[in-house]
Design a protein around this ligand. Structure first.
Ligand SMILES: [Zn+2]
Length: 163
């Protein structure tokens, strides 16, 4: 087994990793990067958590169950756990608040996160929801304050109708 030493500028540590682990980490990073726009260095990633926001796997499961369809467009989503890149219908974590907290250890909790399809997630990017709703993407799909999932309305402090 070939072992390489991997260090990251600015982090002040380096780790020894088998090459095979490094390759698999690297391909996992590539799979997520297009959707999640993460800029974390490789190596702070494999913490045994399900994702880089440190959402524990039981919470992740509950979040996924709450959103069988995209919280924004209502489209069907797939997990694609082993696929590289970000298919438009991939289910992705979406932080409602652009200002964080983004990590569990910083106080992120599961009601701050919804699941959105890769297409909506990348279209919204870092926009305010109210600005995003004005875009052609949303207008052409009828995505607006009234159409989004109850959790998003709650975040926007809109009245949630009981259905
Ligand atoms: Zn969507």
């Amino acid at each position: 087994m070939r072992i390489v030493q991997v260090g990251y500028a600015g982090l002040g540590f380096s780790i020894l990793l088998p090459v095979s682990t490094l390759c698999s980490l690297s391909s996992r990073m590539e799979a997520y990067r297009p959707c999640l726009q993460i800029s974390q260095p490789l190596g702070s990633f494999d913490t045994g958590m399900a994702n880089q926001w440190q959402i524990p796997s039981d919470a992740e499961k509950r979040i996924r169950q709450r959103f069988p369809v995209c919280a924004y467009c209502g489209g069907k989503m797939e997990e694609y756990p082993n696929r590289k890149g970000c298919p438009p219908d991939k289910s992705t974590f979406e932080h409602l608040n652009r200002h964080g907290p983004f990590r569990w250890s910083e106080g992120l909790n599961e009601t701050d996160v919804v699941m959105a399809c890769g297409r909506c997630n990348s279209s919204r990017g870092k926009k305010l929801l109210s600005d995003w709703f004005q875009t052609d993407y949303c207008q052409s799909r009828g995505i607006c304050e009234a159409s989004v999932a109850a959790e998003v309305k709650q975040y926007l402090r809109l009245p949630v109708s009981e259905e």
